[in-house]
Design a protein around this ligand. Structure first.
Ligand SMILES: NC(=O)c1ccc[n+]([C@@H]2O[C@H](COP(=O)([O-])OP(=O)(O)OC[C@H]3O[C@@H](n4cnc5c(N)ncnc54)[C@H](OP(=O)(O)O)[C@@H]3O)[C@@H](O)[C@H]2O)c1
Length: 272
């Protein structure tokens, strides 16, 4: 299964992450809508996939019979029931890819037939606009071929890296939850401008573009953020005055604490 062309993709669960990831796959042209089958209990989210030309069903088992790569995209607490339900239909030809936060490869492998090729991925919300940050790891029976296939498929969703499983909870803190931290920063940035007299619609747009531009600079130059920050600071200029206020407010320590807290919470949830 080295080639992703002609790959038949299934997805159990049709919510935000399923839509984000599958939209990326479809837009890339690597997967055709006719080769995608998605299941969910209600029609609420399935309609989006019907509009995209994908097959939809209320039967999770049906997804297995039509697909070689199967994404598990339900909430983590629903996953054990789903795995139990699909168990009789899982074969050694399937590649099972779980998106559920906190559900370990070990737990998945223990619940599936021995020899099942299992991978675990963690997407984040910007996968919906093909600017996601995805980390994945593989289980005992998933080889380089399956990892290459998944990486090739997911490259259309944004940045995609294979890592040791231990990094996945950290990725949840840094990037899964991190998206919300960035939204809060964007909101505060824009509200500062509103306070100074700029209309909110304009300040929100400018704040978002500022984050986008700053992020692109980090990725394109490869420079450490501290160097880029220092480059903006003219001695005695506006930026260093603003940065001093951020330091007084403990921005850096607060953000580090937030990543730590979210990571610990992901680890905690994974143990349950
Ligand atoms: N959102 C994030 O930023 C994020 C980041 C990293 C990882 N994740 C992981 O991604 C997974 C999905 O999250 P989400 O935000 O996409 O959730 P979501 O929007 O709530 O979607 C959940 C989907 O699961 C479906 N579902 C519920 N019970 C089911 C069952 N028994 N069989 C089949 N489908 C069932 C729901 O069906 P209906 O359409 O009928 O309601 C819905 O389509 C979670 O495990 C989460 O941990 C999410």
């Amino acid at each position: 299964m080295a080639e992703d062309a002609g790959c038949r993709v299934g997805c159990i669960g049709a919510g935000n992450m399923a839509q984000g990831v599958l939209r990326g796959l479809l837009l890339s042209g690597k997967v055709q809508p006719k080769d995608v089958t998605v299941s969910a209990p209600s029609d609420r989210n399935l309609r989006t996939f019907q509009d995209l030309g994908c097959h939809t069903t209320h039967s999770n088992i049906d997804v297995l019979s039509g697909s070689s790569v199967v994404f598990l995209a339900t909430k983590p607490h629903v996953l054990p029931g789903v795995v139990k339900e699909i168990l009789p239909a899982v074969t050694s030809d399937h590649v099972i890819v779980s998106m559920a936060a906190g559900v370990t490869v070990q737990t998945l492998e223990d619940s599936l037939p021995p020899g099942t090729k299992v991978l675990r991925m963690l997407p984040n919300l910007p996968c919906m606009v093909q600017e996601g940050a995805v980390m994945f790891c593989r289980g005992h029976w998933a080889g380089q071929e399956e990892a290459d296939l998944l990486k090739s498929l997911l490259s259309s969703c944004g940045l995609c890296e294979e890592t040791p499983e231990a990094y996945l909870d950290i990725h949840t803190g840094l990037s899964g939850s991190g998206v919300a931290f960035v939204y809060m920063f964007a909101e505060a940035l824009a509200e500062g401008a509103v306070k100074m007299g700029m209309p909110s619609t304009l300040s929100n747009q400018i704040a978002a573009q500022t984050l986008l531009g700053a992020a692109k600079m980090i990725l394109k130059t490869g420079d450490h953020p501290a160097k880029l920050r220092s480059d903006v600071c003219t001695p005695g200029g506006t930026t260093i005055y603003g940065l001093h206020e951020l330091e007084k407010g403990g921005l850096r320590a607060t953000v580090m604490n937030a990543v730590e807290a979210a990571t610990e919470r992901a680890r905690d949830l994974g143990k349950r």
